[in-house]
Design a binder for this molecule. Structure first.
Ligand code: NAP
Ligand code: ZN
Ligand code: ZN
Length: 347
């Protein structure tokens, strides 16, 4: 099947229209007509080959929500007409120890990502900036009917990427938690940390985001350029979630951790971040990382969002605005996730 999509043809070219092929759904496949696709900073990193290894043409997009249009004979999870979703992965080995624990994102033979991964047939995968996608039901999520489908799309990456580490490090009542960077991931981190009952402090470089930080659920907002405000929080945090997309001073944040506190990186800047040894040694501190989340946890997160009326704050765009949206994302000018109205692809 040939479908319309948007792709980058090189690391330096803007995204533009392209036709791509989707497979016919097999017995365990779900075909989804894509209605909304969130714009993740990872899309920009990869479209521009900032992590290296991008294959072109590159069709980004891994925050996919749409209508199931066809399902294979053995599919049980989704019926035709259901609102279904796909996140960052479309398959994994399903047999290694990590897959068996429901941690498919850490599959020992590498998960098959939604775009720019081997497709197992000599080609590579294309993401959600497209009219439709065909995915095995095991990697398809159900979108609770009470969630607005467009505002739910960013949950598939920004949502699970913040939910998973906050759960893993048991963020909750009595814990002091910092979220660093108020972008797509950061704003979901603030919402989840607040919903889990922690004391939430947002760190931002943008003075104009202070009021939004409080509205989104932070108890306190700190401008990271304000040295005395930073100093006030020294050695006091149980957990910090760093969702910054670019180069920044990680040491300024490591110093804010208490004994045995953890700073977890979810942001994936292009260049390495230097760590001063003594910021980890005295007192004993942990520097960690976390990648998206497994399929079962992603469904758990979607159901949690339905129960607690949590979605992303979005700005809907047409696919034709994607290059401008990337430029705005680079300036930190997103309130707080762009979501592509995929109907625009037909026009
Ligand atoms: P985003 O919406 O562009 O937000 C990034 C935020 O980082 C900005 O809003 C800004 O927040 C802050 N920031 C940007 N440049 C900065 C700089 N030079 N110094 C300090 N702060 C800066 O991006 P996103 O989609 O949330 O993604 C964030 C990062 O997470 C990206 O690197 C992305 O690739 C990565 N990611 C990782 C995973 C994973 O599995 N671990 C999943 C998805 C995305 P303020 O204006 O508040 O300072
Ligand atoms: Zn993402
Ligand atoms: Zn595996």
């Amino acid at each position: 099947m040939t479908v319309k999509a948007y792709a980058a043809s090189s690391a330096t070219s803007p995204l533009g229209p392209i036709d791509i092929e989707r497979r016919e759904p097999g017995d365990s496949d779900v075909e989804i007509q894509i209605l909304h696709c969130g714009v993740c900073h990872s899309d920009l990193h990869q479209a521009r080959n900032e992590w290296s290894g991008t294959r072109y043409p590159c069709v980004p997009g891994h925050e996919i929500v749409g209508r199931a249009t066809r399902v294979g004979t053995s599919v049980k999870k989704v019926s035709v007409g259901d609102m279904a979703a796909v996140g960052c992965m479309v398959d994994a080995c399903r047999t290694c120890a990590n897959c068996k624990r429901g941690l498919e994102q850490y599959c020992e033979s590498f998960p098959r990502f939604t775009y720019n991964s081997d497709d197992g047939k000599g080609g590579y995968t294309f993401g959600g900036y497209s009219q439709s996608i065909v995915v095995d039901e095991a990697f398809t999520l159900k979108v609770p009917t009470t969630l607005d489908p467009a505002a739910a799309a960013p949950l598939l990456c920004a949502g699970i990427t913040t939910y998973s580490p906050l759960r893993h490090w048991q963020v909750g009542p009595g814990k002091k938690v910092g979220i660093i960077g108020l972008g797509g991931l950061g704003h979901m981190g603030v919402k989840f940390a607040r919903a889990f009952g922690a004391h939430v402090v947002l760190f931002t470089t943008s003075e104009k985001k202070v009021a939004d930080g409080l509205r989104l659920g932070a108890h306190e907002v700190v401008l990271s350029s304000d040295e005395s405000a930073m100093q006030k929080h020294r050695s006091s945090f149980d957990f910090l979630l760093d969702a910054v997309s670019a180069d920044h001073d990680i040491n300024a944040y490591l110093q804010l951790l208490r004994l045995d506190g953890t700073l977890c990186l979810v942001g994936a800047p292009e260049k390495p971040l230097p760590v001063g040894a003594f910021n980890l040694l005295l007192p004993r501190r942990n520097f960690a990382g976390s990648g998206i989340g497994g399929i079962a946890e992603t469904q758990e997160m979607l159901d949690f969002c339905a129960e607690h009326a949590i979605v992303s704050d979005i700005e809907s765009i047409q696919i034709q605005q994607i290059n401008h949206a990337y430029e705005r994302m680079l300036k930190g000018d997103v309130r707080y996730r762009f979501v592509i109205d995929m109907a625009s692809l037909a026009s």
